[in-house]
Ligand binder design. Structure first.
Ligand SMILES: Cc1ncc(COP(=O)(O)O)c(C=O)c1O
Length: 390
């Protein structure tokens, strides 16, 4: 577990490293990619060992490993999140965005409104629009650099054409770990407006000390008949390339509809991704995540301290995730200018806040899931790019 090892990911078909130049104009040589939400760390040793066993054996044929995979998820949910599930509730999708898209396809109809609390992970809106549904933005309140929900305002915005809500819990990009009261508010809102609740909890393991993630079913069991839970090993163990998402549905009627849609499309899991997930959701995987979180916490503090030192820049205090949401409104610059400085002067690729929906206009999102030396480098670059504000 050497998180400090400066692994060179260039020219490996890495989206984060090898697409930074074509997309952001940040040079492959000397640029620093802080956009795509994967980490620059090797996967846990227990995962790499399993991959090695598979390649040593040399057989990549049909596999029947559902039981191993679902038992591992069941164990993880119980030991790490206090949530008891039945293995029969679990479906495997091609990553979690695919899980979201499958929910939209199964449970909503073209033209339906799908509610998002914005700003929020950009792929949700893309999936909603691509499916011919309508994005219904409910902007969050930025209360003293912390996102909160305003249900009274959202109640007034509902038109009756909304049929689902996608919740990001914990929240990307604001890093909030929603409290029990806030989650109860979401559950009540869904009941009031008869919405299916698609709860994307992919960041559930990446929570910092002092905060506890609560799985949605533990908040209010009475919403099980309108709840679909989504998790994945992608973020927790840095295995997004294996495209394995877990869709968990406790309610019999919802589960039957989802199963029918999966069957109609002949969708089944990628067995290598499922082998990897099974190895990762284990005591050894848990030990790795604990060590990872200590390291990420160090990065978070270093990055936040560096940003706080640059007049005009402000990062949102993160309770979860390795994605820092930085507000540039205090610079007095327009979006084009602060973005130009980050990309062309600091030579850093960071996600544009506009892609996360209303409320993201003056923000950039920086991924600090990388070696600490690169965080120090990032801060030095940003300080120089905004030196005239010192
Ligand atoms: C909230 C959320 N859901 C889903 C994903 C992507 O999941 P996957 O790669 O398994 O499709 C991300 C990636 O950043 C995310 O932040």
């Amino acid at each position: 577990m050497d998180f400090d090892d400066l692994i060179d990911r260039r020219n490996t078909f890495s989206s984060k490293w090898d697409k930074m130049e074509p997309i952001y104009g940040v040079p492959a040589d000397g640029g620093l990619p802080m956009w795509v939400a994967d980490m620059d760390f090797r996967a846990p040793p227990v995962v790499l060992k399993r991959m090695q066993q598979i390649t040593d054996h040399g057989i990549l044929a049909y596999a029947n490993n559902d039981d191993e995979y679902t038992a591992a998820i069941q164990w993880w949910m119980k030991t790490r999140h206090g949530w008891e599930i039945d293995p029969s509730w679990i479906f495997t999708t091609t990553g979690l965005v695919n899980g979201v898209a499958m929910c939209l396809d199964t449970f909503t109809a073209p033209g339906d409104g799908v509610v998002l609390f914005t700003p929020v992970y950009h792929a949700f809106a893309k999936a909603i629009r691509a499916a011919g549904r309508e994005v219904v933005e409910c902007p969050m309140v930025n209360n003293d650099n912390r996102y909160e929900m305003d249900f009274a305002a959202y109640d007034a915005m509902m038109t009756g054409s909304e049929t689902a809500l996608i919740l990001c819990s914990p929240h990307n990009p604001g890093g909030r770990v929603w409290t029990k009261e806030e989650l109860q508010g979401v559950a009540d809102f869904c009941k009031r407006h008869n919405l299916l609740l698609i709860s994307d909890e992919i960041h559930h393991d990446l929570v910092y000390p002092g905060h506890t993630h609560i799985p949605m079913p533990l908040v209010d069991a009475s919403i099980n008949d309108r709840l679909v839970m989504l998790t994945a090993p992608s973020k927790t163990f840095n295995v997004a390339g294996l495209h394995t998402g877990n869709v968990i549905i406790a309610d019999d009627a919802l589960r039957a509809r989802f199963a029918a849609r999966m069957a109609a499309l002949s969708l089944s899991g990628n067995s290598v991704g499922m082998f990897v997930a099974a190895s990762a959701y284990s005591p050894q995987g848990a030990e790795w995540v604990d060590a990872l979180m200590l390291y990420l916490d160090g990065n978070r503090k270093l990055f936040d301290a560096g940003i706080a030192d640059i007049p005009g820049l402000k990062s949102m205090p993160l309770e979860s995730t390795f994605l820092s949401w930085v507000d540039f409104s205090g610079t007095g610059m327009d979006r084009a200018e602060f973005t130009r400085r980050v990309e062309q002067e600091a030579k850093i690729a960071a996600n544009h806040g506009t892609s996360f929906g209303t409320g993201g206009e003056m923000f950039l999102r920086f991924n600090f899931g990388t070696q600490r030396a690169r965080i120090e480098d990032a801060i030095t670059r940003l300080r120089a790019a905004f030196a005239d504000l010192q």
